[in-house]
Write a protein that binds this ligand. Structure first.
Ligand code: SDX
Length: 442
């Protein structure tokens, strides 16, 4: 905590530049608070008191709209300029030239791998894709129509019971082992949940295929003696996984960090992060976008739908973002990827409705004033549906690639000497002290 000083004690009565001077008009006292990285430490406000019994000043910031909760070197977003970089590399270049496993290595380790490092990394992931046979039994207990995201969250949490050593979160080697297990096994969990809802036999991983090729095989393999994943769909999925891999302090990552700050194992923490992602305002939005487009049904219904949104009767799902006040750079890349996929699958008939919604929204004052642009979820669902995925599976397709982002952020939190168990304060608005009244007397 920086001790309060009176401005008058400063030479020529002026405070140094990198500070704010706060005058508490209740006491007339002035406080000089240092500015670091464009922020002030909330704890530096606690010295502002009206008397010695005063707890001291706090900030009030519901939903953490204007609060940096951590320092991070993983992902950089400029919401006004629509910039997204993983470890300094622009998302456009990674989507164009990299693949998901290489990007996952970059996000986790901070540097692109050498050929030898990549070979070792890929080998370690590909050879950890199997699930314990008992996990299959656990998954078979779900109802036939269980939501795949509910199955995903539950199964990730259950994995903590198969790897009890994962609770030793302070051992870097042990952490890496669990991180590799989670990156490797989430496609298998997802594929098993998909096959469960279809009433089909589970397909085991094929280590001869790429990360996304193996995933497609576990989803689609039927009677083929040798399943060859479609190269266009495999590449499209790889690009989509790159785009969804991390996004700094989003709701799911905030959950990962908060749960992880109690020093619980990474499986339990990640189940919580996935639960946050499941919400329709977050990663569940891609599912809601398709429901919205289906409900609109025809391009001639778009103007009426837009008017209802402007009256507050619902939201234009897939639009808007807490950080991006410009076009989400991921949405631009996804739109281009959709064109590639549609050449193989045929154009999704809902595309014309989506394009008309975007055309109108980008020129309508209601959306322009609120800086509402398409986000990552607006077009991704159109690709997933064209590739044959059921709408309920869309949040799972978000959670698989986000696994590395959650784990990289979790590990950064554990290694950050400034971090402690997350425990926000509150403004109490309840009753003052009152005495218990026995039941007979009420
Ligand atoms: C993701 O944080 C991340 O990085 C998340 C993510 C990631 O990679 O992890 O990018 C992934 O979650 C993308 C967002 C997916 N969600 C949706 O598409 C759901 C629809 N969008 C919204 O509900 C909303 O835009 C949020 C939740 C994304 C952001 O909400 P904010 O920042 O809390 O903004 P807000 O709700 O306070 O809205 C501000 C104004 C309000 O109007 P007024 O009260 O000022 O009149 O904009 C309006 C809102 O009503 N508004 C919308 C709208 N989004 C905001 N109006 C219509 N349609 C929308 N989609």
């Amino acid at each position: 905590m920086t001790p309060a000083t009176n401005i008058q004690d400063k030479p020529n009565g002026k405070a140094p530049r990198e500070t704010v001077t706060i005058t508490d008009n209740r006491t007339g006292k002035q406080y000089e608070i240092p500015i670091t990285d464009g922020t002030i430490r909330a704890m530096d406000l606690r010295q502002i008191k009206v008397n010695d019994d005063d707890f001291g000043m706090m900030t009030y910031d519901p939903a953490l709209m204007n609060t940096a909760a951590t320092r991070s070197s993983i992902t950089y977003i400029d919401g006004d300029k629509g910039i997204l970089r993983y470890r300094g590399y622009p998302i456009e270049q990674l989507a164009e030239q990299s693949n998901y496993l290489e990007t996952a290595y970059l996000i986790l380790n901070g540097e692109l791998p050498t050929p030898a490092q990549y070979k070792d990394w890929e080998y370690r992931i590909i050879h950890r894709t199997f699930l314990h046979e008992n996990v299959k039994v656990l998954m078979q207990a779900f109802r036939y129509d269980a939501h795949p995201m509910g199955m995903f969250i539950s199964t990730v949490a259950a994995l903590s019971t198969y790897y009890p050593e994962s609770s030793d979160i302070h051992d870097p080697e042990n952490r890496l082992k669990q991180i590799i297990r989670l990156i490797a096994k989430t496609p298998t969990i997802a594929a098993f949940s998909y096959r469960h809802t279809r009433g089909l036999l589970y397909v085991y991983p094929d280590n001869d295929l790429s990360y996304t090729g193996n995933f497609l095989r576990m989803l689609d393999m039927m009677t083929q003696s040798k399943y060859e994943p479609d190269p266009v769909k495999t590449r499209a999925l790889d690009v989509l996984f790159i785009l969804h891999a991390d996004h700094e302090q989003n709701c799911g990552t905030n959950a990962m960090r908060a749960i992880g700050s109690s020093h619980v194992d990474p499986y339990s923490a990640m189940a919580g992060a996935a639960a946050a992602l499941y919400g329709p305002l977050h990663g569940g939005a891609n599912e809601e976008v398709l429901r919205m487009l289906t409900q609109i049904g025809n391009i001639k219904n778009v103007p009426d739908f837009i008017e209802r949104v402007k009256k507050g009767e619902g939201r234009l799902m897939g639009f808007g973002h807490r950080v991006y006040k410009n076009y989400d750079p991921r949405a631009k890349i996804i739109k281009r990827t959709a064109d590639e996929v549609f050449k193989v699958t045929g154009v999704n008939p809902l595309l014309e409705i989506a394009l008309e919604l975007e055309r109108i929204a980008l020129q309508d004052e209601y959306f322009v004033k609120r800086k509402l642009y398409p986000n990552v979820d607006f077009y991704s669902g159109l690709i997933y549906q064209a590739m044959g995925f059921p709408v309920t599976f869309f949040p799972v397709l978000f959670a698989i690639p986000r696994t590395v982002g959650w784990l990289a952020q979790w590990q950064e939190m554990l290694n950050d000497p400034e971090q402690k168990i997350a425990r926000p304060r509150q403004i109490y608005t309840g009753s003052a002290q009152r005495d218990y009244v026995p039941l007979a007397a009420r």
